[in-house]
Design a protein around this ligand. Structure first.
Ligand SMILES: C[S@@+](CC[C@H](N)C(=O)[O-])C[C@H]1O[C@@H](n2cnc3c(N)ncnc32)[C@H](O)[C@@H]1O
Length: 195
């Protein structure tokens, strides 16, 4: 039996509910508080593997919505509302979305995380690099009025990163979910109302 009660609780619940990863509970908490995703929305999910965020988003958007997931790794989730692009986010191009008939998204979420080294500053800077890439994609592919959720590992670059978000969004908050492990540096930037 695992000695980690946190792992048992969230992992067991994810399994019970049929989600491929326990990280779904973080997005659920964000959605319940900020109501970012709505029926009919087109959502881009960056760092989508194994697929629990995309699966949860599909439940909200309904038959008129669409989710596009991107990850280096394959996903374990399939739905006719969901299209998966197996690619590095640094290699995404406008054609990837145009070929799907999508010009702009209502929401962009990123749960991307670098392979952690255990060296806090290195993990922080690599995480910030992924968030900056997600923000650049938002500048190109997010509708006016649209919102974004991005996971980041806390560290010295965070205040600067938040300011970069504030240039593009009217409301930017930093949120820590209950489902995040104790002692983890993980935070979420919640950016609403793209200018
Ligand atoms: C915490 S997992 C995402 C879990 C997912 N949200 C879910 O609920 O199933 C982080 C993901 O970010 C992906 N990732 C990291 N760097 C990436 C990159 N440069 N391009 C695409 N995906 C990346 C990893 O492959 C990993 O699958």
């Amino acid at each position: 039996m695992s000695k980690n009660p946190w792992f048992d609780k969230w992992a067991r619940l994810a399994k019970e509910k049929g989600y491929p990863a326990r990280s779904v509970f973080k997005l659920k908490e964000i959605q319940e508080k900020f109501r970012i995703i709505k029926p009919g929305f087109k959502v881009l999910d960056l760092g989508a593997s194994p697929g629990s965020w995309s699966q949860y988003i599909c439940e909200i958007i309904g038959k008129d919505g669409r989710v596009v997931g991107v990850d280096l790794e394959p996903v374990k989730f399939h739905s006719k509302l969901f299209t998966f692009i197996q690619k590095d986010v640094f290699e995404l191009a406008p054609e990837d979305f145009q070929s799907l008939g999508i010009d702009k998204f209502d929401v962009i979420v990123s749960d991307m995380a670098p392979k952690t080294t255990g060296i806090e500053i290195t993990d922080h800077l690599r995480s910030v690099e992924l968030v900056r890439r997600a923000l650049l994609l938002a500048e190109h592919f997010l509708k006016q009025g649209g919102s974004m959720v991005a996971k980041v590992f806390d560290g010295p670059e965070l205040p600067k990163l938040k300011k970069e978000f504030e240039k593009i969004f009217k409301d930017v908050k930093i949120f820590r979910t209950q489902a995040t492990r104790k002692g983890s540096k993980e935070l979420f930037l919640i950016a609403q109302n793209r200018k």
